[in-house]
Design a protein around this ligand. Structure first.
Ligand SMILES: C[S@@+](CC[C@H](N)C(=O)[O-])C[C@H]1O[C@@H](n2cnc3c(N)ncnc32)[C@H](O)[C@@H]1O
Length: 240
């Protein structure tokens, strides 16, 4: 796995983009900067394993290099599911396809290059939206979640994982400090952490847990719970 050294040097402020340079090191970036990334995928597999029916379709919106879908394809093999990964970054999808071919599961996953807010989703058993809603303009998040709700069959499940902020400013700072200490333990320097933070400014716009919860309820989901939290990282399950 190529090591993420993108923010090692003090470069002129550059806005974060999911381009080829990011795609090349993305798996290492996720592994070192999203706490409990693998464990969350295992929990997602367990939740979907309980609710999905044979032959259901599962979408991963903002699938990046396809790590989640590939894990699900292996863990839920017996259900004969159809997997569709959608992402607007060609570089990410090229990687995803190469990985799927390497693991001999390319025939079970379709990757589509398009804007997830324009995707026509239909009769899905499960939709995954992990660490991606935060990159969608806040003003269109509700419409987008309504579209996801419409795209699920009855009793279908949305999994939403997000970076969040706290309502309380002091706790927010403490959670961020813990996250930066986590990144330092994972080998990122102070400069890399600061540079990445600057690049993500105004690109990644996190909401509070309550704001995300309210959006899900307004979008039509009747049953919404969090199933994971580590400081400012949270995962929700929402049922139609
Ligand atoms: C942080 S990554 C998601 C990580 C991935 N879900 C995972 O868990 O491995 C965000 C992804 O969303 C994609 N993305 C952001 N906005 C998008 C949009 N409007 N349409 C499609 N993809 C989008 C980016 O290209 C990127 O690959």
């Amino acid at each position: 796995m190529a090591r993420d050294t993108l923010f090692e040097n003090k470069a002129p402020a550059e806005t974060f983009e999911f381009n080829e340079r990011v795609a090349d090191v993305f798996d290492d970036m996720l592994d070192r900067s999203v706490p409990f990334y693998k464990q969350v995928i295992e929990m997602v597999a367990e939740i979907l394993g309980r609710s999905l029916r044979a032959d259901d379709t599962v979408y991963d919106l903002g699938c990046s290099t396809g790590t989640t879908l590939m894990a699900l394809a292996k863990k839920l093999e017996s259900k004969n599911l159809k997997f569709i990964g959608i992402d607007s970054s060609k570089a990410m999808l090229d990687k995803a396809l190469r990985k799927a071919e390497m693991f001999s599961i390319a025939d079970r996953i379709d990757f589509i290059e398009m804007d997830i807010t324009q995707a026509e989703l239909s009769r899905a058993g499960g939709i995954i939206l992990n660490y991606t809603l935060q990159f969608i303009k806040p003003s269109i998040r509700l419409e987008f979640l309504k579209n996801i709700h419409n795209g699920l069959r009855n009793n279908g499940i949305l999994i939403l994982s997000e970076k969040v902020i706290c309502q309380d400013k002091e706790l927010d700072q403490q959670f961020l400090d813990s996250y930066h200490r986590y990144k330092k333990r994972r080998g990122y320097s102070e400069l890399e952490i600061a540079n990445k933070r600057e690049a993500l400014e105004n690109v990644l716009v996190p909401l509070t847990i309550q704001e995300n919860y309210d959006l899900l309820v307004q979008a039509g989901f009747t049953r919404v719970e969090t199933f994971f939290q580590w400081f400012n990282f949270v995962s929700f399950v929402a049922c139609k």
